[in-house]
Design a protein around this ligand. Sequence first.
Ligand code: KIV
Length: 275
Amino acid sequence: MSGYLNASGKKPFTVNDFKTCKEKKTKISMITCYDHAFARIVEQTPMDIILVGDSVANTFAGYENTIPVTVEQMIYHTEVVRRGAPSKFLVIDMPFMSYHVSVEDSLRNAGNMMKKTGANAVKLEGGREFKAVVEALVTASIPVMGHLGLTPQSVHKFGGYSVQGREEDKRKRIIEDAIILQEAGACSLVLEKVPESLAREITETLTIPTIGIGAGRYCDGQVLVINDVLGIDETFQPKFVKKYVNLHDQVKAALEGYDSEVKSGTFPAQGNVYE
Ligand code: KIV
């Protein structure tokens, strides 16, 4: 891929760029994506990384949380995204219980996910409890992105989606976990919904980049869910999200326009018919 420019005229991001970006203090941009149509659009932007997140459970499938997603479903969505975004650094989320049973089972699942999708890395949630898993994956040449703070697969343990790491003992534990993940070989670390001061301390402590979501301004990069950036769900407006467009209203207005023209007989017009 050296010398190759992608559809946005940019050299594709590789695993080595995590280190380079950290050293040069270049911010990393990551967006989730779940389908081919949006993947094609992301491919045409300078976005560094696509995450096929297990948030597909909420955004695509309409589940209340990410627990139901399977390895097969993650593989399906990642294959679809890869076809639309051939040059992007693609991270696939390991779903709930795909890396919890044993190191061997985790290796088999991650290996299968990498083989079938063309992903460049896997992401998994959790700290010290998955040290051996991260080490084994990295040894098998599978780059791993960590994920600490609010880890949505633990929603039943947390009892909701509140900010994590506000209490001193929990803050200390997240910092320790971040260091453990780095030592285990993780190439980068997502920090979700933690106080800005905690994310800043972790970012200044680690030599791998942090990628924040609801983690403030001092992370080495940012990630958002594509549906949130595009304003697709009109009912969802947490503080950490910035909607760059209100697609919900635009799509609704377009569909209402189509419906109305069909019913009034103004669509199809002369320009839409074959002679
Ligand atoms: O699944 C997901 O979308 C994620 C991001 C919120 C980081 O893990």
